[in-house]
Design a protein around this ligand. Sequence first.
Ligand code: AMP
Length: 425
Amino acid sequence: MHFQTLGLHSNIHKAIIETGYSTPTPIQSAAIPLILEGRDLIGIAQTGTGKTAAFLLPLLTKIIEEKTENEGSFIRLLIVAPTRELVVQIEENARAYAKYLPLSIATIYGGVSERPQIKALTQGADLVIATPGRLLDLLRGREKSFSFVKYLVLDEADRMLDMGFIPAIRQIVKLLPRKRQTLFFSATLSRDIEKLTHEFLTDPKIVEIGRRSNPAESVTQFIYEVSHHDKQRLLLHLLEDAQYNMVLVFTRTKHGAERIARRLEQHNIKTATLHSNRSQNQRLRALQDFKDGKVHVLVATDIAARGIDVDGISHVINYDFPPHHEDYVHRIGRTGRAQAIGEAISFVMPEDRGAVRSLERFLGRGLVHKKAEGLEMNVQGPPPQASTERSVTGFIKKSNQFSPRESKSRNISSRNRSFVKSTKK
Ligand code: AMP
């Protein structure tokens, strides 16, 4: 399928071509025609599938086709997303796709001055992208700003649910006209999420790309067993490999993130951090430096990393094993974006083994186990099984795992590859 056949506005098509996209991704091919038809939509798609363009391209087309010349600005499209990073990311995408359209775009999120945001609400903008908390704060007394909203997008709804934003969303939705088109995107479709869709959507179509909750297929996933005190050594060891050229490291806490960054800087590895103790400007700077290649490693916590959209991340490292399956899926989706090949590595301490077992069950596949060559480590806990390529638990069948050949084709460094051997049972 080509973008030309999807019925998008010609100026949007021109901008897409300049962005370098040649063909629509599966979620785009499936969702764009339904959105153009005016259907409410539930999009179940992992991050990295091209879902942002899947809703922006048709909605920008609709808005521009409905807008008459010399018409004043009023908010027609409202996009609500859980974090400011994600809002900024969606804004960047929208500005790129709307490059040749006379549309005004405004963002609303906390941590920055309210004044331009209030102006956007009172004077109007064609498109507003907002986080729920700040939006609700600013709306008090300005409820009329939303009288003309025709399109609503709730992005990463599962994350908004986890972060406790649903009451705020309910209040915001109450202020919108009943007659509107609503699009709802989520990485997973849990029972709670399904309930929300009944509340906010009318006769929706569901577009589901890939298996529910399954990480992007292009990401190769590995596990290193490691004790707590060896984690930093293991990280430094892996980063010596030149293939680890753009690395996103996840930690559980912001202090942990700072500690790692200091250690890496001591070894002359350019590092930035992204967590909630950092100001909005510091976060945006960290992301920009990472995108520009000025820093080699970005160490982030889960919340702050929501919405990171950086092409070319070679490796995601779960320095601390994620507490929830959804976090794992989200973290590793930061690499392997838009069909690129990436690697996700998890450091697993003996006490994480139960969580790994549960994750493997959730993913329906075992994770390939590796050892760091040339690095002596003393991992406590039950002795590992004889083979080095196995599921940590051993209960997932061999056929689900990557073969050594597959690993080779994914261009894993020879040092690491030598540890991927097949299991003979
Ligand atoms: P998303 O799932 O929206 O976070 O998008 C993931 C990445 O895919 C972003 O870097 C987009 O710029 C990129 N992308 C979106 N659509 C396409 C496409 N049709 N072809 C290539 N890359 C795309």
